[in-house]
Write a protein that binds this ligand. Structure first.
Ligand code: TRP
Length: 340
């Protein structure tokens, strides 16, 4: 992990790997996977061929990174696609009825294990089966999403990884980079539980940090441009959490921020790579690695109740230098990963 970050920073100092948006983030961090891979080759599988069904809620760079990392790490754990592992991968394109169809398909084919990427996907498969083990990935708040009753020892067939983020650290960064910000606009998709719980926390924290806030919600990505434009006229900065609807159209929000000349603080590194100004968040490659390790434990026979929900405790500051320049702000922050 440390090695991966050091390498990333070294590459950036040498002027490598800071080329193009989300690619810069995901390709350089491939090194992280490599490091994790070699340390895990000793794991034993129980020898049988398995079927793993993977459902991803929507295509956006962060969820794609998670999926790729999961598949790479499953191989490192001894489950190699095409050898002893069949993967049935389905993407729901952010559509609830697609999610339901995919969930029934997985149950019908009696997969050995289901991996669900993002909250709505996890909720759909959890509603469809109480038998097949489910490992979710990147569910921000598994308790509010009603996926588990207990994080330490889940009592049902569901466990997984959470990408809970430190909103307070993002507010600290906001104070440091843009001390004149008084009013923040909270922008998110109304139906996403993952965003609701982060915004609840952000509202409480706003008072502690002396911020006023405005709130604006969308029902889907097509409403983002208009909602963001209106919000931008009322606030000094926008904050958007780890929201799938917004991440799917992040370049639109980034443009609105640049045009209005205000910073857009975001919940995930990929959203900075897609033009957001700054975040403090996790590395999603690492979350994919953790998800695959938990999946492998269950495939090897461990009961779900003995596989606690995992969160990551390493957070990274990520800043977009191109966006910073466009709105006349700095990209110089100690210890931050800079993308362009
Ligand atoms: N945390 C989101 C959820 O619970 C999924 C997610 C992972 C995400 N990475 C992201 C959303 C990046 C937006 C941007 O559904």
């Amino acid at each position: 992990m440390k090695k991966g970050l050091a390498l990333l920073l070294a590459m950036m100092t040498m002027g490598l790997g800071v080329g193009c948006g989300s690619q810069a983030v995901s390709s350089t961090s491939g090194e992280t996977n490599q490091a994790e891979t070699t340390s895990n080759t000793s794991t034993e599988t129980n020898g049988e061929a398995k079927t793993v069904a993977i459902v991803q809620y929507v295509e956006h760079p962060s969820l794609d990174t998670i999926r790729e990392s999961i598949i790479t790490q499953l191989a490192a754990e001894g489950y190699v696609e095409g050898e002893n592992l069949t993967i049935d991968y389905q993407n729901a394109q952010a559509d609830q009825s697609n999610l339901n169809t995919i969930a029934s398909k997985f149950v019908g084919e009696n997969a050995d294990l289901i991996i669900a990427i993002a909250t709505p996907a996890a909720q759909a498969v959890a509603a469809a089966t109480t038998d097949i083990p489910i490992v979710f990935s990147a569910v921000t708040d598994p308790l509010s999403a009603k996926l588990v009753d207990n994080l330490e020892s889940p009592s049902g067939n569901v466990t997984g990884t959470s990408d809970a983020i430190p909103v307070d650290q993002t507010f600290e960064l906001c104070k440091e980079l843009t001390p004149d910000v008084k009013t923040i606009g909270f922008l998110y998709t109304a139906s996403e539980v993952n965003s609701q719980s982060v915004i609840e926390e952000a509202k409480t924290l706003a008072t502690d940090y002396g911020f006023e806030f405005e709130e604006s919600t969308i029902t889907n990505s097509s409403e983002l441009q208009q909602a963001a434009e209106i919000l931008a006229t009322k606030v000094d900065a926008i904050y958007t959490p780890i929201d799938n609807g917004i991440a799917s159209a992040m370049p639109v929000l980034a443009e609105v921020g640049k045009t209005a000349g205000i910073p857009v603080y975001v919940g995930a590194d990929s959203m900075v790579a897609d033009g957001g100004y700054a975040t403090v968040g996790i590395k999603y490659e690492d979350l994919g690695v953790k998800t695959a390790q938990m999946a492998a434990e269950i495939l090897n026979g461990k009961p779900v109740s003995e596989v606690p929900v995992a969160t990551l405790d390493q957070f990274y500051k990520v800043i977009n230098a191109t966006t910073a320049k466009a709105i006349g702000l700095t990209a110089e922050v100690e210890g931050a990963i800079v993308v362009e």
